[in-house]
Design a protein. Structure first.
Length: 592
């Protein structure tokens, strides 16, 4: 190893160690009740961390500038470095001179900026470390499992910090809450509004956001943004996570996912804010937090609310504008990013042609057949069918029961919301325990089917449901090939659909069977509803989650985890991979 390479290696290693130390400082500062002297000492230690970040970053730029220049966000990296230099200068090198001659830089001495800068630099460097780990020969599915498991354990530790709760949180409940947040499920054994402080609710929001989009998506975004040249092994594995065919498009796909997510959540938060403004009497700052929390929770299909009693709370249960925006965010998040990007391409194609027509150019029409691909058609059509049929059925089923006393418009909106939330969202405007058995069956069916692939939702996925139904109908007609919208579906896709269904129900049956032994309360309907809600990451409950025994909590935790990973991905990660052979056995028929 050359001298320059050794210097770069040790600087990267030093940055990783400083990142870990900085994260520890941030947790210490905001996770505990501290006296003023301790807070001041931590601030001094944070300034030392910034100084070491500056030294290590300077060495990296000096000895490895050629590679740094190849970063996707090189300009952002340079701006961050300049900001780091100014912050260190203002707080460490020349604090008096800054106060005297450059008072405008006084903001760089603020504790908020110091901790934000420390956190951002730590996340970037930890992301690089994680991405480099992708180059190992570890099973990609197992890496996916590890990433979620690490985030759950981290979230559990953060929620147990004294500043995160009001002093009545036990480890199983913290683990349950962290799991339901990361797995964007929504089942809770404690009341989020009454158990957790503002800091705890912020941690839950962070877990929902990272868990909804995916740990690998976030870490890979930062890694690819601030790495000069990505590792081929890591890029190849990430390609499978993103379902991206072209390695060169991975960064673009990651950027699109992050940008679309934040734009939709910001727009959703603004719309929700307008719908609740001056109706809750909690002040503008709290209204903004409530709006952001519910926007992220809805888009990520988490179903967790900071209102006591979820959306059955009298403050919002009759606010139908608020409920409409929640439902819209749930649907949008449940469609899946590939479908959103597909529609974005269609819109781009449409407006490019329209602009050329208005400009009178002869080549005004660009023929691009099948912009809306078969995957988008299947998911959108199936989603519309499920939403419409679910709304109609619940409307007539609960017309004179759970919806009694409402006018027709309110009944229709309540029916629509009740059909949307089982699609893995979990918000409940009306307690599901008040529904008739016929409505419960429909809700269970919607929970099982779930949302779209590569979305923030769970369940079997609407594409799996559609493929399996169409395949079954084709086989009953003695049709050997499955053809949809002028395309033939390959046998591997059909096999994966059936494998997912078998593993899904196998896990569900085993979980229900175990609950029947561990739980003294409830019945087979309640246990089945709870397990299906967990494995589909829905979050609806027949008021049973708080009554779970200790063993029952761990069963539901494991079920939520497997459901968020994806039941097929979960088993692919824990089972030994098949090694293809260079020969095939003779075929044999089996009587079915």
């Amino acid at each position: 190893m050359k001298f320059r390479e050794k210097i770069v290696f040790f600087s990267e290693l030093f940055l990783s160690l400083i990142s870990a130390y900085s994260i520890f400082l941030i947790i210490w500062r905001f996770g505990y009740q501290l006296n003023p002297n301790t807070i001041l000492q931590i601030r001094h230690l944070a300034l030392f961390s910034l100084f070491f970040f500056f030294i290590a970053s300077s060495i990296r730029l000096l000895f490895n500038f050629k590679e740094v220049r190849q970063e996707k966000l090189f300009v952002v990296d340079i701006i961050a470095y300049i900001l780091l230099f100014l912050a260190v200068s203002a707080s460490t090198f020349f604090p008096r001179q800054v106060q005297t001659y450059f008072p405008v830089l006084h903001l760089l001495q603020s504790r908020e900026l110091i901790y934000i800068l420390l956190g951002l630099l730590s996340v970037i460097n930890v992301s690089k470390f994680v991405f480099r780990a992708l180059s190992s020969k570890t099973n990609p599915s197992l890496l996916f499992i590890y990433s979620f498991l690490f985030l759950i354990l981290l979230g559990t530790g953060l929620l147990l910090l004294p500043n995160s709760h009001h002093g009545n949180l036990q480890f199983p409940d913290a683990l349950f809450t962290a799991t339901t947040s990361v797995c964007v499920t929504g089942l809770t054994t404690v009341d989020v509004a009454q158990t957790f402080t503002f800091t705890g609710q912020l941690i839950i929001l962070f877990l929902i956001q990272i868990g909804g989009i995916g740990v690998m998506t976030f870490t890979s975004f930062f890694a690819l943004s601030f790495m000069g040249s990505s590792n081929f092994g890591g890029s190849f594995i990430l390609k499978d996570f993103l379902s991206e065919e072209n390695l060169g498009n991975m960064f673009k796909t990651l950027v699109n996912i992050i940008v679309v997510t934040f734009i939709v959540e910001i727009i959703g938060a603004i719309l929700i804010l307008y719908s609740i403004h001056e109706t809750l009497e909690i002040g503008l700052k709290h209204e903004i937090f409530v709006s952001v929390f519910h926007s992220i929770s809805a888009f990520c299909n988490a179903g967790i609310s900071v209102f006591h009693g979820n959306l059955t709370n009298p403050l919002v249960t009759a606010n139908y504008v608020f409920l409409f925006w929640i439902a819209a965010l749930i649907i949008f998040g449940g469609l899946g990013f590939p479908i959103v990007f597909n529609f974005m391409n269609w819109v781009k194609h449409f407006f490019v042609n329209l602009s050329k027509m208005l400009m009178g150019r002869q080549e005004h029409y660009i023929h691009r057949p099948r912009i809306i691909n078969i995957h988008t058609r299947i998911v959108v059509y199936t989603t519309l069918f499920l939403l419409i049929s679910g709304t109609v059925f619940i409307f007539f089923s609960e017309y004179n029961h759970a919806f009694a006393g409402m006018n027709t418009g309110e009944k229709l909106i309540s029916s629509f919301f009740s059909a949307v939330t089982p699609r893995t969202a979990g918000f409940n405007k009306i307690d599901p325990g008040k529904f008739l058995p016929s409505s419960i069956i429909i809700i269970i069916i919607l929970m099982i089917i779930g949302a779209g692939p590569m979305s923030t939702g769970g369940g079997l996925k609407v594409s799996t449901f559609a493929i399996s139904i169409l395949s079954a109908l084709g086989i009953s007609r003695q049709k050997r090939r499955l053809e949809i919208f002028g395309r033939e579906i390959d046998s591997w896709t059909i096999g994966r659909a059936y494998a997912t269904i078998v593993l899904y129900f196998t896990w569900a049956i085993l979980a229900v069977s175990i609950l029947s032994f561990t739980e003294n309360e409830g019945n087979i309907t309640i246990w089945t509803f709870e397990v299906l809600s967990a494995i589909s990451t829905v979050g609806l409950s027949l008021n049973f989650s708080p009554e779970l025994s200790l063993a029952g909590k761990y069963i539901i935790i494991a079920t939520m985890f497997a459901g968020r990973i994806g039941i097929l991905t979960f088993f692919s990660g824990i089972m030994k991979r098949y090694q293809p052979k260079n020969y095939r056995y003779p075929q044999a028929g089996i009587i079915l």
